[in-house]
Write a protein that binds this ligand. Sequence first.
Ligand SMILES: Nc1ncnc2c1ncn2[C@@H]1O[C@H](COP(=O)(O)OP(=O)(O)OP(=O)(O)O)[C@@H](O)[C@H]1O
Ligand SMILES: [Mg+2]
Length: 342
Amino acid sequence: MENKKELLLKVEGLETHFPVKKGVFKRTVAHVRAVDGVDLEVYRGETLGVVGESGCGKTTLGKSILQLYRPTAGSVEYTFPEGKKDLRKLSHKDLDEARKKLQIVFQDPYSSLNPAFTIFGSFVDPLNKFGVKKKSKQQKLVGDLLEAVNLPRDYMSRYPNEFSGGQRQRIGIARALSVNPELIVCDEAVSALDVSIQAQVLKLLKKLQIERNLTYLFITHDLSVVEYVSDRIAVMYLGKIVELANTEELFKNTLHPYTRALLSAIPIADITKKRKRIPLQGDVPSPVNPPSGCPFHPRCPNCKEKCKVEKPLLTTYQIEKEEHFVACHFAMEFMHENKMSE
Ligand SMILES: Nc1ncnc2c1ncn2[C@@H]1O[C@H](COP(=O)(O)OP(=O)(O)OP(=O)(O)O)[C@@H](O)[C@H]1O
Ligand SMILES: [Mg+2]
């Protein structure tokens, strides 16, 4: 990451709640608090990893940032060349324009590629929107994009079912690149691929990031992947960020008991090193009715009375020059205890 940090995206107090409807009259009886008060800054050129167990709100956060889901509250301020604007306040027309800078790559690009269209055909729509309307120009650009993701140019005349999963994912990436975006949300972009193909696609994403000064919000439940790609990592639990720090710092000085449990589950290749496995007790509570106080308290091995009643705020700690955010009442105490027992 560059030394001089340029703020690209600032998310404040973001909430996205989905109504739960029941009965013949479809009355709203409750809300799923999928994203429940997220504050986040993303800098130009960085990869910010977002991790957490299934259902903690990662996809909803990504989609809410891009306004594919309309958030319930908060702001999503994006730095455009002409100045900062809250994406939530843009008109449909302005949002369409803004979306060229903001793209998303999903886990399964197959579902977003129309099987009846050739690969070229699936690029026509985004290219028309981007203002490239002449067929010869479109063909040149699609060829260039396929080459950028290490595929032969003439593959553009093939159909989606003629490609492997890894190739389709690269086509998905090429399509996201066709509008020349700045920020790409990668939502489990490599999770469906086997490990060797994963490594190829991750390398490709890194190469493209450097060549095109791209910024990634990299969503995954796979901690080894997120460690490999991220400059910083945000850990989500029940719609909230519970810890956020530089990748190395997060792995070295893990402060939140939830993050510690998650990280303890990563296998270590070096058999001389041991890591104590901290099991996560119970299931993730329902986001319809989140626990009082700290949302992690019912599963936390270090839970104290205060945790049951008082919500911990995401607070900055300065450890070894690195900024480290954590939402735990006892973060510092546990860290000292950890240091003593090392
Ligand atoms: N469109 C929707 N309508 C209602 N509830 C939703 C909707 N999308 C997601 N949810 C709920 O919001 C919560 C968060 O879901 P989300 O898909 O964001 O989680 P996730 O972290 O991406 O999970 P995974 O790792 O399984 O992809 C879940 O409880 C889910 O059931
Ligand atoms: Mg998801």
